[in-house]
Design a protein around this ligand. Structure first.
Ligand code: GLU
Length: 425
């Protein structure tokens, strides 16, 4: 029953209009840059989209056939790169939109990649560990021809983790008959993972929060911050911000949210949280996720699912800064309302790019066969994220656009240039 409740709450995950909204902003960005229509025609959809059916023997000896996807948006700059999501509600259009966002992220943080994304329609919360292993290996066998260390490099995403990456890497290495750590990122350290990869998305978000706070004259120490979501990104974020002296006034999971205007006891909540990020069921006085978004706070961080800030609630938001740790938490209409209200919104394609940045470092280390310390990784990430932030922020000011459109302009320009040099357009 618990699962039904989570599913109902997550029903809205990545609704189909995500692809349409992304296409609208890409069109706007290309028009502003003066590119002809054929560039939009190339960039509006992935260049490659594979749908696979994966038969898996379940623990009760029955066979269940799962649907999986892998989208490759554009490989003009280099191999495509992006995570694999396990979710019961995932659709082909969402995977397409998510692959486009990966292209934009890579462009914004200046990585030599195009965007890719994968998904399997499944609910890992009701599957056994062995069923998950068989599904992960089956997926790699099904997509093996179009992926690889110099073609398309997967990584973790919603409900996938370093264990799943390990099985996938092992399966790929067996198929190719040589050890291929560079096939996938987000691996455990002992299998060629990078120091600092697990917390890298949250670290990237924290760097964006610090930079945005400086622009608005807000000090992190004592700042009131509300975080929607307590998964990988949300929980690390809460920890890092709490450790820097911020007051985390709200956090949430799929069931509800917790609020304390004097700041929540984050170490206690981290201790109580389960591996799917659920914590509020231990408490009686919860509020809803909707209420969390409009709480009085200085900084709001949506770190859960898409389409959370909409035209219905955008006007009630009290935060001065919004930093998007989740993919697509703000709708197109809401984005415009927030811009008009003068709220500084740091978009997902910039704020959540810390994960793929450290994935890139992991891939480089795999290719080199030489590994860096956590300090080295952290310094490199800091440099990449602060430069990317400054570039998007100053582009927004120069072009008189919001930071999302500025980010898109930076991202699409690179793909368009690379495609043009290759003679594609
Ligand atoms: N899934 C993460 C994202 O959406 C990371 C992708 C990667 O590391 O390649 O950015």
């Amino acid at each position: 029953m618990v699962i039904d409740k989570i599913n109902a709450a997550n029903k809205e995950i990545e609704s189909p209009n995500l692809l349409k909204s992304t296409q609208i902003i890409i069109d706007e960005a290309l028009t502003k840059l003066g590119y002809p229509k054929e560039v939009f025609e190339l960039l509006k959809e992935p260049i490659r989209m594979l749908t696979v059916r994966i038969p898996v023997r379940m623990d009760d000896d029955s066979i269940k056939v799962f649907t999986g996807y892998r989208a490759q948006h554009n490989d003009a700059i280099g191999p495509t790169k992006g995570g694999i999501r396990f979710h019961p509600e995932i659709t082909q259009d969402e995977v397409k939109a998510l692959s486009i966002w990966m292209s934009l992220k890579a462009g914004i943080v200046d990585l030599p990649y195009g965007g890719g994304k994968g998904g399997i329609v499944c609910d890992p919360r009701v599957m056994s560990i062995r069923e998950l292993e068989r599904l992960s290996r089956g997926y790699v066998r099904a997509i093996s021809q179009i992926v690889g260390p110099t073609k398309d490099i997967p990584a973790p995403d919603v409900f996938t983790n370093s264990q799943i990456m390990s099985w996938m890497m092992d399966e790929y290495s067996r198929i190719r008959e040589f050890d291929s750590p560079g096939f996938i990122t987000g691996k455990p350290i002992v299998l060629g993972g990078s120091q600092g990869r697990e917390s890298s998305t949250a670290k990237g978000v924290v760097i964006c929060i610090e930079e945005a706070a400086k622009k608005r004259g807000i000090t992190i120490q004592g700042a009131k911050i509300a975080i929607q979501g307590f998964g990988n990104a949300g929980s690390y974020l809460a920890k890092f911000l709490y450790d820097s002296g911020a007051k985390i006034v709200g956090i949430s999971d799929a069931y509800g949210a917790l609020y304390d205007e004097n700041g929540l006891d984050i170490p206690y909540l981290l201790d109580k949280r389960d591996s799917f990020g659920v914590v509020t069921k231990h408490f009686k006085n919860t509020i809803t996720n909707k209420e969390l978004l409009v709480l009085p706070c200085d900084i709001l961080v949506p770190a859960a699912i898409s389409n959370q800030i909409t035209k219905e609630n955008a006007n009630q938001i009290k935060a001065k800064i919004i930093v998007e740790a989740a993919n697509g938490p703000t709708t197109l209409e809401a984005n415009n309302i927030l811009t008009q209200k003068g709220i500084l919104l740091v978009p997902d394609v910039l704020a959540s790019a810390g994960g793929v940045t450290v994935s890139y470092f992991e891939w480089v280390q795999n290719n080199l066969g030489y590994y860096w310390s956590e300090k080295e990784v952290s310094e490199k990430l800091h440099k990449v994220m602060t430069e990317a932030f400054e570039n998007v922020y100053s582009t927004a000011i120069k072009q008189n656009v919001n930071m999302r459109l500025a980010g898109y302009m930076i991202g699409v320009r690179k793909i368009a240039e690379a495609s043009r040099f290759r003679g594609w357009i």
